[in-house]
Design a protein around this ligand. Structure first.
Ligand code: ADP
Length: 489
């Protein structure tokens, strides 16, 4: 079945870049694969460096008028976009499942989650304000204003092809910025469908541009052009570091949402069944391909075996399959390279004496796509790659630590610091552990932390800046100080 056969509104299927309100075809083409069967579902042209320059020029022109549009009018246009996304939620979710394999129910959740940032930002954009200041000068008055930073370049990943765009663009547009977005080559279709809906919503030409194609060429333009005032990126720590280096040439602001290696701490007073449910929700959503996914389960020894048994019972029953099948719990990985990478991590753990409790093998041949079996490992050494690196697959390992000091040390023994989870009913432990671990977001007895109203982001090598809530909108503004002298005449 072709992509358009699956869509109610066939004009949401776009394969050209969207620049200055026009669909622009590029050179050659990059194939988009359905990871559930590795079939080519679309070919998207590469607009490269020239397309990126054209988009930056359009966004620079559009900024002059968009920044002057009242926040109330910007909110009205954003809410048009929000409503159109809701009306087309089924098709948008279909595109997500087709291009990245996500279980369809999760894809529907992503569309609604992504849209919630538009609703929140539309409202919050009306509340961007400054303050009056005291000054040491008797005849003076001081105040601050917050203004949109300008043109924002935005580079997004494939794991949330829809929400990673809205989470950046909604606050930026609400604040009065204009955007040039480079989606992941694996998942351009969701980005282009969002552009089509932004166009229908009445967002003016040049305000929202999507450029597809060669990542280093487009990224080079976005990080080096002095017309681009900020780069927002979600993706790997390695690429984040590279973009930060490139952005240094023009001292651009960067907002980086990078990798994670989330600890999931289970204390001996916790409700073990709830903790096991929490691991499943945190770990196996999007087949483990989220930056906030539980990577390392750290359990106190008294309850560790019970937790392993509870996890085995759940994980061994998870069904891998096509995201559109109603009985699928875990979809495919993004491509075969991801399957090989995950298999290597698991094989190394097995060779080093860890116990593979369940799973531990590729299902690519069995299921005909980029599938890996949901896997539980016990007794892996904390120095192994499966413990130290971001797994980005349906694999988790259980570690044991007794004292709070050892638990905190193990949890912090990583360059990452994005999300962490703690299961306990002891309020003292809640405070000591959440203050002791170095993470940007912590879920206590809660396996998912993200929402439009809350700050999303990490510390250490997990990133810089926060998306969501009032902080998400502030990221896209400059604080300006104004001093008025001679007030007393
Ligand atoms: P992953 O390995 O999960 O694909 P990446 O960090 O490589 O994560 O990709 C995230 C985003 O960064 C994608 O849109 C990708 O095309 C883009 N990207 C990768 N390399 C570069 C680069 N050198 N310059 C600009 N963007 C890049």
């Amino acid at each position: 079945m072709s992509v358009t056969d699956r869509l109610d509104d066939k004009s949401l299927f776009r394969t050209d870049s969207f620049i200055d309100g026009q669909w622009v075809s590029g050179e050659g083409g990059v194939d988009v694969l359905n990871p559930a069967n590795n079939a080519v579902i679309a070919t998207v042209g590469d607009v490269g460096e020239a397309g990126a320059r054209k988009a930056v020029a359009a966004a620079t022109r559009a900024f002059e008028s968009w920044k002057k549009v009242s926040p109330f009018e910007r909110a009205r246009l954003l809410m048009n976009w929000y409503k159109l996304i809701h009306e087309n939620a089924k098709d948008l979710a279909t595109l997500i499942t087709l291009e990245m394999g996500k279980v369809h129910k999760e894809a529907q959740g992503e569309v609604i989650y992504g849209a919630s940032f538009i609703e929140w930002s539309a409202e919050e954009g009306k509340r961007v304000h400054g303050e009056t200041l005291s000054t040491p000068f008797p005849s003076s008055r001081g105040w601050t204003i917050r203004q949109p930073i300008g043109v924002v370049g935005c580079i997004t990943p494939w794991n949330f092809p829809n929400a990673m765009i809205t989470r950046k663009c909604a606050p930026a547009l609400a604040a009065g910025c204009t955007m040039v977005i480079k989606p992941a080559p694996e998942t351009p279709l969701s980005a282009l469908a969002l552009a089509e809906l932004a166009r229908r919503a009445g967002i003016p030409d040049g305000v929202f541009n999507v450029v597809c194609g060669d990542a280093p060429a487009i990224g080079g333009v976005l990080t080096s052009s002095s017309d681009v005032r900020m780069v927002g990126f979600t993706g790997s720590t390695a690429v984040g570091k590279l973009l930060m280096k490139q952005a240094a040439s023009t001292v651009k602001r960067v907002a980086l949402e990078l990798g994670g290696n989330a600890p999931f701490i289970v204390m001996d007073d916790a409700d073990i069944e709830k903790a096991a449910d929490g691991v499943i929700a945190s770990k196996f959503r999007v087949s483990g391909q989220t930056c906030v996914s539980a990577n390392r389960i750290i359990a106190q020894p008294a309850i560790a075996d019970k937790l392993v048994a509870a996890l085995e019972a759940r994980i061994s029953k998870l069904k891998a399959g096509d995201g559109f099948a109603s009985d699928t719990d875990v979809g495919p990985l993004i491509h075969m390279t991801a399957v090989s990478r995950v298999d290597k991590l698991v094989s190394q753990a097995r060779e080093q004496g860890a116990r593979i409790v369940t799973g531990g093998k590729s299902l690519a041949d069995e299921l005909g796509g980029s599938f890996y079996a949901p896997t539980l490992i016990d007794g892996a050494d904390p120095s192994l790659d499966v413990s130290c690196s971001e797994i980005f697959g349906p694999v988790c390992s259980v570690y044991r630590a007794e004292s709070e000091a050892d638990i905190i040390k193990l949890a912090n023994d990583t360059p990452y610091g994005l999300a962490a989870y703690i299961y306990t009913n002891d309020v003292g432990r809640v405070h000591r552990l959440s203050e002791g671990i170095e993470y940007g977001m912590i879920g206590i007895n809660a396996p998912m932390v993200g929402a439009a109203s809350t700050p999303f982001g990490g510390v250490k090598e997990s990133g810089i800046g926060r998306e969501g809530g009032k902080w998400g909108v502030e990221e896209f503004t400059e604080l300006k100080y104004v001093l008025l002298g001679g007030v007393e005449g």
